[in-house]
Each structure stands twice: as C-alpha cells, then as structure tokens.
Design a protein around this ligand. Structure first.
Ligand code: GLN
Length: 266
C-alpha cells in the first residue's frame, strides 16, 4: 500500500512541476510583450504630397508640410504617439496599409468614396470639401455642364476627381479623362493647353489660385459631391483608430484644430 501512495505522490509532483514550468513560459512571453510594449512604436503615415494645403513639399525639400502633418502632429502629441511620414502615389495609399507597409493614411482622402471603407477603417471626419472645375483664365467654359466631347479634363489617378474624368470619358462627355500621378502635373497640362480643365478639390484649387490667379480660375458651382476627409488605419486596428479619434476630438475642443485651419486656409 505504502509503495502505491509513494508512486502516486511522485506522479502528482511531476504533474505539478510540469504545470508550473508551462505557466512560467507563458508569463515569460507576456514579460517580453510588456518589455516590447515600453518602446513607443513609430507609426508610418502614408500620404501623397502634391495636395497643398493639406500636404506638399517645398522645392528641393522632401519635408512634408501642410494642414494634415500639423493636425496629425497635434493628435500624436495628445495621444503619446510617434509618427513618420512617407510620400507615395495616391493610388498606392490603401494598398500600403493592406500590405502592412503603412499604419495610417492621412491624405485628404474622402471616406465616403467607392469601396475604400471596405479595405481600411476610416476615422472621424476632419474636413469637408467638394470638387470644382479649374480652367485657364482665358477659358470660355462656364462650368462642368458646358464641357464638350472634344475636350480633355485632367485629375489625379485614384481620386474622386480621377474617377469622375474617367467616367465622363466612358460616357462620351469628353474626348479623354487624363489621370496623372501628381496634381502639379495636372496644373502643368492645363497651362500648356494639353487639357481644357482640371477637376480638383475646392480647397486645393483655391490654394493653387492663391498663387496662380492670373492664369487660372474656377468656373461654375461646386459639384456638390460632399466629400468627408478622414484618416484611415489598417482594417481592424480599432485601438489605434480610437486613439486618433480621441486626439482629433481633443484638439477640436482645445482650439488647436481651429488654429491650424486659420494657419492653412485663411
Ligand atoms: N479628396 C480626393 C479623394 O479622396 C482627392 C484626395 C487627394 O488627391 N489627396 O479622392
């Protein structure tokens, strides 16, 4: 009988030891994660920086300036985040998040457009805008409805404006919808006569006209497409999105947001 209870005792001791080491391994990994948690990961913000005054670069300098970088810097400070900015083509932005090449999109991106919200998770709206038709100052065009089927209109590839000019071409309303990588290329083609108009977001066209009001103008009313610009995170990254939304709410509440609107849009 004694032998049996000894064997049982030994077996229990072995099971207990094994269980203890298994639990010990788990806590080790949580320490690793807590160690890892102490470093603030630098979050990659992807954008397309020819979209002044939201984001642009100055001649010869890669630093991205504008309302978006300033707004995101204020949000990051409020929420204890660290950001780095990466400039790329607009139609690469959503694929960048889908392939884990970026953490946040901040690019004057309309969260209501197409199937974007199926691919990334958008935050709260931080700006509202409409599209407009920009033409040369000597143009006789009176608005988008006056465009004729022999004309060409330009806009940026992958954007709401780009989709519109391609749609107008498909419907035979214009000879060609020219979609280009950078807004600066669109303005260039307008000025050299390769296209007769550029469909652009109103605040961005206004910024262009601030410096080129002698050679270009808006014609007609805004298209009333009512865009809502928002930042976006990878699908499912609720924790980051809640931080960004909280930061946006806080800078709106403390006046920083209005200060930045005055700085970039007055
Ligand atoms: N607001 C437009 C869009 O969401 C253009 C954005 C941009 O060119 N950065 O498609």
């Amino acid at each position: 009988m004694k032998k049996k209870s000894l064997v049982l005792l030994l077996a229990l001791a072995m099971i207990f030891t094994f269980a203890l080491s298994a639990c010990g391994g788990g806590s080790g990994s949580s320490e690793e994660s807590s160690d890892a948690g102490e470093e603030t990961a630098v979050l990659k913000v992807v954008t397309e920086a020819t979209f002044a005054p939201f984001e642009s670069t100055e001649d010869g300098d890669d630093t991205i300036i504008g309302f978006d970088p300033d707004m995101m810097a204020a949000i990051a400070e409020d929420q204890g985040l660290e950001l780095e900015w990466v400039n790329m083509e607009f139609d690469s932005l959503i694929p960048a998040l889908q392939s884990d090449q970026g953490d946040i999109i901040c690019a004057g991106m309309n969260k209501l457009a197409g199937d974007r919200a199926e691919k990334v998770d958008f935050g709260d709206t931080y700006f509202e805008s409409d599209l407009m038709l920009l033409v040369t100052s000597d143009s006789d065009l009176t608005g988008i409805d006056a465009v004729t089927s022999d004309m060409k209109l330009a806009s940026q590839i992958g954007t709401t404006g780009g989709d519109m000019v391609q749609e107008m071409q498909d419907e035979g309303k214009i000879a060609a919808g020219v979609v280009l990588n950078q807004w600066t290329d669109c303005y260039l083609q307008l000025q050299n006569g390769e296209v007769q108009g550029v469909i652009v977001d109103k605040p961005v066209g206004e910024a262009y006209l601030n410096n080129h009001g002698d050679i270009a103008k808006f014609v007609g009313e805004s298209f009333g497409d009512h865009e809502e610009f928002a930042f976006a995170v990878q699908k499912g990254n609720t924790e980051l999105l809640e931080k960004l939304n909280a930061g946006l709410a806080n800078i709106k509440a403390n006046g920083k947001y209005d200060e930045l609107v005055d700085k970039w849009f007055s």
